[in-house]
Design a protein around this ligand. Structure first.
Ligand SMILES: [Zn+2]
Ligand SMILES: [Zn+2]
Length: 263
């Protein structure tokens, strides 16, 4: 059974209902966390995911709403699986972190600043540098096709991966760029940045108006909007009703804690 979970669906400022966007994918025996917000540990606990089973983390880019809580999550893993663990049963499995060069530099500096690597008995952490112009990498059971997107001057990597008969494509933080849409075919799932719903935006992200205008040129896909703004609840409900009335079960606002089975 494969699944996509939304551990966060909001933009860089958390709201009452949305934390920073982070996704969690499960396929066969592999768990893959994509970016890390401040409640990933809680979301994993709610889904009864053993922290020992987190061996792969993919980071889209260096911005703090995507990596800022990673040191905390790894510290939680260390406390649970090394420090407060039955002697002789401590985690020794490696944690693999996949990111571009600039992101790895920031993450290493963050880990150094809180002495994460110096914790006694810390499990091994290995960084895998992803090429800025894209490539393919096998992450456990996931074959990941990663590609550069358009996030102002910040190098940022979207991804696409086949899950059963569907391809899941994630835009990461990006303005509209063909690298994202050229990977889609009928029946696929697109998780897309939607940083504004009813107002214009400077570059580096995507607005709902831009997405809506593109829909006729895209294959028949299911679309989940993430990196969503903090919207008053009345407006949020109105937007959800509008999506349902106009797009049926094809376009959804991401919701923190939502888990979608992919078969
Ligand atoms: Zn962001
Ligand atoms: Zn960003």
């Amino acid at each position: 059974m494969s699944s996509l979970s939304f551990y966060g669906s909001g933009y860089s400022v958390t709201s009452a209902i949305r934390h920073n966007t982070s996704l969690f994918l499960q396929k066969d025996g592999t768990n893959l966390l994509i970016d890390c917000n401040g409640i990933c540990g809680q979301q994993l606990a709610r889904q009864h995911i053993d922290l020992n089973s987190i061996k792969h983390i993919y980071l889209t880019h260096e911005h703090i709403d995507h990596i800022g809580a990673l040191a905390n999550l790894i510290h939680q893993m260390w406390v649970r699986t090394c420090l407060y663990c039955e002697k002789g049963n401590e985690r020794t499995d490696r944690l693999n972190i996949y990111a571009n060069k600039d992101t790895i530099k920031c993450v290493k500096a963050m880990f150094d600043s809180v002495y994460l690597f110096d914790q006694p008995g810390m499990f091994p952490i290995l960084f895998h540098e992803l090429k800025g112009d894209g490539g393919v990498i096998q992450i456990g059971d996931f074959n990941i096709d990663y590609f550069p997107v358009s996030h102002n001057d910040t190098p940022c990597l979207g991804l696409a991966t086949q899950i059963d008969s569907k391809q899941l494509v994630y835009s990461a933080d990006s303005s509209p760029i063909d690298n994202i849409y050229s990977r889609l075919k009928d029946g696929d799932i697109l998780v897309h940045d939607c940083n504004r719903i009813d107002e214009p935006l400077s570059g580096g992200h995507t607005t709902w108006d831009q997405l809506r205008d593109m829909l006729p040129s895209l294959p028949d896909i299911t679309l989940y909007l993430v990196h969503l703004p903090d919207t008053p609840s009345v407006q949020e409900e109105a937007f959800k009703a509008y999506l349902k009335a106009n797009f049926g079960e094809k376009i959804f606002m991401g919701e923190d804690g939502l888990k979608v089975q992919i078969t």
